[in-house]
Design a protein around this ligand. Structure first.
Ligand code: GTP
Ligand code: MG
Ligand code: ZN
Length: 348
């Protein structure tokens, strides 16, 4: 068990079921073709039982990096037979016009939201990440990289601090261990942290620096548009020398919300204002005695931040809609447009 503690095992959080069979291991890599599991000493390739991979109900329950699993030897193959209940999961909406959900990492304590201070910098995207994390109960930390390349780094940091009061913020040169020392000290022994952010933000660079070894490949950003090259293609969990585990992930192209988020948590300044609106369900449009409108008019609330709040709130509501409610909304919209068409035809 001591060996499993090295890769983040805490028995109180992930108790072994009484009918457990096989060996307890952690999924540390996830590839299209299969998984890599860690037993505390070594890593080995493994395959999951088909019934685990084809979870029809909710795709986010499929085996994922960070999962604790029971593994059995079958001939010369290692088979993941059972996934133990997770104490946390970072989930996003799967790409495309679906309500499917995708787990990015399981059994994590900490999400490091990585943003480069180069052309990657975007406070609206940081708000979106904070909103995504708000639904998971996992603690977020903001990491701004490439501080060594940006002259206005301190001003950009203040801009981020203003939209994320109460969230820990680190300004770093991801290539320098000295620069990352304060961040490293916050990755506590036994905890698991996951890195998220766009391609080229510096997630793998940071991983290598925190690890003290060049384990993950890194790639330069493109001259033309400053975007990354999607160098990392699969998720990987690595035990750090200080006793924490870190999960490096491929850059996300899309951060789709799931409907489980709590926008009042990532926008607590606006939530506090809204509590003083006259109407409980105030939309902050044209209602009388709207405290949010008042703050906007007085210049106390940034309009771009308010727009972002409205957009993300609507997205959460829509993503959280049941399939039936969604069908009803679409049917209503179709009926309305048909009626409008008939009206225009009759006018002709
Ligand atoms: N000067 C400087 N360069 C950095 C810093 N962080 C990352 N870089 C560079 O930015 C480029 C992208 O870094 P990666 O670590 O590969 O980015 P990533 O987030 O892992 O990207 P994907 O794997 O594509 O998602 C590399 O050329 C790094 O050397 C930093 O703090 N300072
Ligand atoms: Mg990478
Ligand atoms: Zn209002």
């Amino acid at each position: 068990m001591n060996e499993l503690a090295r890769i983040g095992y805490v028995a109180q959080r992930t108790p072994l079921p009484s009918d457990a069979q096989g060996a307890l291991m952690r999924i540390v890599e996830q590839h299209r073709s299969g998984y890599v599991v860690h037993d505390g000493k070594n890593t080995r390739a493994a395959k999951a039982l088909p019934k685990l991979r084809h979870h029809v109900g909710d795709a986010s329950e499929r085996p994922c990096v960070g999962d604790w699993c029971l593994v059995a030897e079958r001939g010369c193959e290692l088979i993941i037979e059972r996934i133990l209940p997770r104490f946390s999961t970072l989930v996003r909406g799967a790409a495309g016009e679906t309500q499917a959900r995708q787990a990015l990492a399981a059994n994590i304590d900490h999400v490091l939201i990585v943003t480069g201070l180069d052309r990657d910098f975007n406070v609206r995207r940081i708000e979106r990440y904070l909103t995504l994390v708000s639904g998971s109960g996992v603690r977020p930390t903001l990491v701004l990289t490439k501080a060594d390349k940006e002259l206005a780094a301190a001003a950009l940091r203040d801009e981020v601090a203003a939209i994320a009061p109460g969230v820990t913020l680190h300004l770093v040169n991801a290539k320098s261990a000295d620069s990352c020392a304060a961040l490293a000290a916050q990755l506590l022994p036994g905890e698991t942290a996951v890195l998220v952010g766009s391609s080229g933000a510096g997630k793998s660079t940071l991983t290598n620096t925190l690890l003290g070894a060049a384990s993950q490949a890194t790639g330069s950003v493109r001259e033309a548009d400053g975007r990354g090259r999607h160098t990392t293609v699969s998720r990987a969990l690595l035990p750090l020398p200080g006793g924490a585990c870190l999960i490096d992930t491929p850059g996300l192209r899309e951060i789709k919300l799931t409907g489980d988020e709590d926008v009042a948590d990532s926008f607590d300044d606006i939530a506090a204002l809204a509590a003083a609106c006259r109407f409980r369900d105030c939309q902050h449009e044209r209602e009388p005695d709207c405290a949010v409108r008042k703050a906007l008019d007085a210049g106390e609330l940034d309009n771009a931040r308010f727009q972002s709040y409205q957009k993300l709130s609507a997205e959460v509501a829509r993503a959280g809609e049941t399939v039936l409610a969604r069908q009803a909304r679409k049917a209503y919209a179709a009926e309305m447009s048909r009626a409008m068409r008939d009206v225009t035809r009759r006018k002709r």
